[in-house]
Design a protein around this ligand. Structure first.
Ligand code: AHR
Length: 554
């Protein structure tokens, strides 16, 4: 009996994985009946569906006539810290390198990032920022001091990549600049002069020095942060102590009229709302010109396990780790909601943004690598994590107006991995690229009724979705199937939209930890998705197991 059930299961699985053969429960029962198995009468349609890995259904209504907030393009930001090979080797190889470069920046990495439409890059940290003294990174490179990177591997820092290099790099890839100031070991004067050095348009000794160093004109700095993780590596402060320091430091952050960056206060992480509460309840920070706080930062990393000491491996993980990673990622929604509720109380006009300026996956260090360098491979699971976070950010676009994945190259959930002169694009890179139409689009709400994906005690909604009206009037729809075993059919009623044409792309693979390597660089990459259809006002698509689909409706 058990053998025959297994044979049936295999048959059903084969039917379900054949292209476009999304088997319905009814079809599964018909198939079972056709091979006359007496005990099958006891099996329910759901059991059969489970066994077959076939296609349960999700339905939704997309309200195209109820546009919401603008999805700020800065939600698709990146983070580049002086950490491991994130900058040196990853971005910067120096002008004399044999690796093809422009003024020291790798041509391959620059080209890939330009294609990604990176809207903003955060630099120089992270924890590194609170020990970074900007004067170490200006002037002739040969004369710059070699300092110690105490946070990340305790390695020497050459300071070859400093303020000019960062701002040149940001310009080269077409991104806005987000500079993180040093509150932990700096001074109000040091921070104030750094901002002046970068932005002042007046003839002073500082701006003359900037000109001597190769940049007579001021730069535009989009965001400037007062410290990083003040609750931890940034000084182990209490929220109340930080609020006072923030007021002091921010009072001296001056820039020419119209060129003042959005000033970001260092906030909390995970489920801790105490930092947001302390900052936003200090209502004078919202209204004051000088110390005016444009955003509160927030950090949340996805780890598969429950302990930082045993986070879980990057590759070679089982389904338990798959579902726990996705379940932990979805907590981002609760954390943003909790912080937004606090902010709404004191700032109902939503003047102050919530900036998720560090997010992404963080796994155990790979064996044989320097643990302090945080290098990790990147798999289909990471791409799904990215897509889930994007959908969460879209839903909160009225408050979350900046986000920076950690990090850009060779560190944590990277877009790009390099090895000597070689470069590969990760599944996360592809997820970012597929979601590019959402940058500066207008959020469209969706009411959805989706099945659940369950494994033992863990359970998550099997489908995540979001939609937006893009700048050219099209509708972008992002659909993610979290279930690694089952295709799921989705039917979306389009309310208030007349569309005639659908096209799209898909990112999926057969293994949960499918990845690109230096040997096989294109194992995971997007493909055209042609199985979505429009019938009147109904959009239908069957999403293969563990897939990301982004559709364009015109
Ligand atoms: O992204 C790596 C580190 O994680 C950052 O330096 C720090 O801010 C966070 O704890």
């Amino acid at each position: 009996m058990a053998l025959r059930l297994r044979a049936l299961t295999r048959l059903l699985r084969a039917a379900a994985t054949a292209p476009a053969a999304a088997i319905t429960p009814a079809a599964a029962i018909a198939l079972a009946a056709a091979i006359t198995l007496p005990a099958l009468t006891a099996a329910t349609a759901a059991d059969l569906q489970q066994a077959a890995g076939s296609s349960p259904a999700a339905s939704a209504v997309l309200h195209a006539d109820q546009p919401g907030a603008k999805i700020d393009r800065h939600l698709y930001g990146q983070f580049a810290e002086h950490l491991g090979r994130g900058i040196e080797e990853g971005v910067w190889v120096g002008e004399h390198s044999a690796i093809p470069n422009t003024r020291g920046f790798r041509n391959d990495v620059v080209a890939a990032l330009r294609e990604l439409h990176v809207p903003v890059v955060r630099w120089p940290g992270g924890c590194f920022a609170d020990e970074y003294h900007w004067r170490d990174g200006i002037g002739p490179r040969a004369a710059r001091p070699v300092t110690l990177n105490t946070n990340w591997g305790g390695v020497p820092e050459t300071n070859a990549f400093g303020t000019h290099e960062f701002l040149d790099f940001a310009e080269l890839i077409g991104a806005d600049a987000y500079v993180n100031g040093n509150l932990g070991t700096g001074s109000p004067r040091e921070m104030a002069e750094w901002l002046q050095y970068m932005t002042s348009d007046k003839a002073t000794s500082l701006t003359a020095e900037r000109a001597r160093n190769g940049h007579p004109n001021p730069w535009k700095i989009a965001y400037f942060a007062v410290g990083n993780e003040a609750w931890g590596c940034g000084g182990n402060m209490t929220p109340e102590y930080y609020v006072d320091l923030y007021r002091q430091y921010a009072s001296f952050l001056k820039a020419p009229m119209g060129a003042r960056p959005i000033i970001i206060a260092s906030g909390g992480n995970d489920d801790d709302t105490a930092w947001t509460t302390a900052l936003i309840s200090n209502t004078s920070l919202i209204s004051k010109m000088r110390s005016g706080m444009g955003a509160i930062s927030f950090h949340y990393y996805t780890i598969p396990g429950d302990r930082w000491q045993a986070k879980g491996p990057t590759t070679g993980f089982g389904e338990e780790q798959w579902i726990s990673t996705l379940a932990h990622t979805l907590k981002m929604d609760d954390f943003i909601r909790q912080n937004s509720e606090v902010m709404d109380k004191y700032d109902p006009a939503k003047k102050v943004a919530f900036a998720v300026d560090e997010w992404g996956t963080w796994y155990d260090p790979e064996p044989g690598r320097e643990p302090g360098f945080l290098y990790q491979q990147n798999t289909l699971r990471d791409a799904i994590v990215a897509a889930l976070n994007f959908n969460v950010f879209h839903r909160h676009a009225d408050r979350v107006r900046l986000a920076n994945i950690a990090q850009m190259v060779n560190v944590l959930q990277a877009m790009i991995l390099t090895k000597g002169p070689q470069m590969i694009l990760t599944p996360t890179y592809h997820a970012f690229k597929m979601f590019a139409p959402f940058q500066d689009a207008t959020y469209l709400p969706i009411d959805a009724n989706v099945p659940r994906y369950t494994l033992g005690p863990a359970s998550v909604p099997a489908i995540s979705m979001s939609a937006a009206r893009t700048a050219d009037g099209a509708i972008a729809v992002a659909l993610v199937n979290l279930d690694p075993n089952k295709a799921i059919s989705v039917s979306v009623t389009l309310s208030g939209a007349a569309v005639k044409h659908v096209s799209g792309s898909i990112l999926t693979a057969s293994a949960m930890d499918a990845r690109n390597t230096f040997e096989i660089p294109n194992a995971v990459r997007p493909a055209a998705f042609s199985s979505a259809s429009l019938t009147g006002a109904t959009l239908s698509a069957t999403l293969p197991a563990k897939s990301i689909v982004v559709l364009n409706l015109q």
